[in-house]
Design a protein around this ligand. Structure first.
Ligand code: GLV
Length: 387
């Protein structure tokens, strides 16, 4: 058994053990992948101030996100097709999150359904929705989430149309995979994945198949999003959806100060500064570059969360120090899941927690809630002077 000390170790195992089309789905950005790359490389430009002779005893990373207690301010992000990374993937990830004490967010584009996850967990999870045209289906999703006792809805606002990820087209991505010759050849090298998949009945989009109106190919994310998503989305519709749900709402996909102000005005419980992991608008600025300006503009009005680019506890600490009250990991937990199932997600959370806790201590803090920008060295032009 290899010794795992980083998310990169889990990523290597994920690549080895999971069919290429699903690993590539996780590790892709749109078009040239510039934004996908800069989401991580921009984190490297920020450094920490090393402090010494400070009390490092009795440390805590416990905090709150939208008023809910969390063992560390790191939630599992909604990620589509997670149940294709390994059998029953969403259930396994939700269980790991529950045991760790961090929120799990189920994607609408999941393989395990809302009901599957609710039946296999004991604590409320969060549910993510896209903005769809079909009001009946949206209402039914909200009703199902309520029945499953979901404690918040995350509304994704940066995906009315799907960004093009070249690898998904080249791989012919579907869930479950179609039996083409290249796919069969690749699956033949992934025995454990295949045997576990044969033992579960959850191999289709569990929230959609059997629930949504006919789509031309119910196994394809691309065709479902093209047919069902509301391309004419506007802020009135967002307000309407918030009302239809009637509970705590997190608005995801904010990368612009004006949009952040609008989201705060609507009364969201939190916003997520995010560029969808570089999967939508390639050429957008990295999420971490935009964070501070958005916190400065709306941090007093709404809780600001952060995603896109986090691969370590140091990254989490940098985002918190720049003003985020909560963060999300997507690829980092999926790497763990594809590598080792539930144990791999727990490992990913352990790695991130340990890096977060120790880095916080080296920076002279014992309580994650006391961390601020003073711990960082940020290049003067980090936010950039973009005309
Ligand atoms: C779905 O949200 C995706 O980015 O593939």
């Amino acid at each position: 058994m290899p010794v795992i000390t980083t998310i990169a170790d889990l990523k290597r195992l994920h690549k080895r053990r999971t069919p290429k089309m699903f690993y590539d789905y996780c590790e892709s950005g749109s078009w040239s992948e510039q934004t996908f790359r800069e989401n991580t490389s921009d984190f490297d430009k920020i450094r920490f101030r090393q402090r010494i002779a400070v009390d490092m005893t009795n440390r805590t990373t416990a905090s709150q996100m939208i008023g809910q207690d969390v063992a560390m301010p790191v939630a599992l992000a909604p990620v589509g097709l997670t149940g294709m990374q390994c059998a029953d993937g969403e259930i396994k990830a939700a269980k790991a999150a529950e045991k760790f004490g961090v929120p799990f967010t189920l994607s609408t584009m999941s393989i395990c359904s809302i009901e599957d996850v609710a039946e296999n967990t004991t604590k409320p999870f969060w549910f993510q929705v896209y903005t769809l045209k079909d009001d009946d289906f949206m209402q039914r999703l909200f009703d199902r989430a309520k029945a499953a006792k979901c404690s918040a809805i995350v509304i994704t606002l940066d995906l009315q149309i799907l960004g093009q990820r070249h690898k998904d087209l080249k791989n012919g991505l579907t869930a479950p995979p179609k039996f083409t010759i290249p796919t069969m050849l690749n699956l033949a090298t992934k025995w454990t994945w295949g045997l576990q998949m044969l033992q579960t009945k959850r191999r289709f989009f569990g929230n959609i198949v059997g629930h949504a109106k006919e789509v031309s190919d119910p196994s394809s994310l691309a065709s479902w999003s093209a047919e069902a998503f509301d391309h004419s989305l506007n802020w009135d519709r967002v307000a309407q959806l918030m009302k239809m749900w009637g509970g705590p709402v997190i608005l995801k996909g904010i990368l612009d100060v004006d949009d952040a102000k609008k989201a705060a005005e609507l009364g969201a419980d939190a916003i997520i500064v995010s560029n969808h992991g570089g999967r939508q608008l390639d050429g957008a600025l990295s999420s971490i570059r935009m964070l501070e300006q958005i916190v400065d503009a709306v941090g007093d009005l709404v809780e600001v969360h952060f995603d896109s680019g986090i691969r370590s506890g140091q990254d989490v600490l940098k985002a918190l120090a720049l003003g985020a009250k909560g963060t999300y990991i997507g690829r980092a937990f999926v790497n763990g899941l594809g590598a080792m199932g539930e144990a791999g997600v727990t490992k990913a959370l352990d790695v991130i927690h340990s890096e977060l806790d120790l880095t916080m201590a080296f920076c002279g803090h014992r309580d994650i809630k006391s961390v601020d920008k003073n711990i960082l060295l940020v290049p003067e032009d980090f936010s950039g002077r973009w005309a």
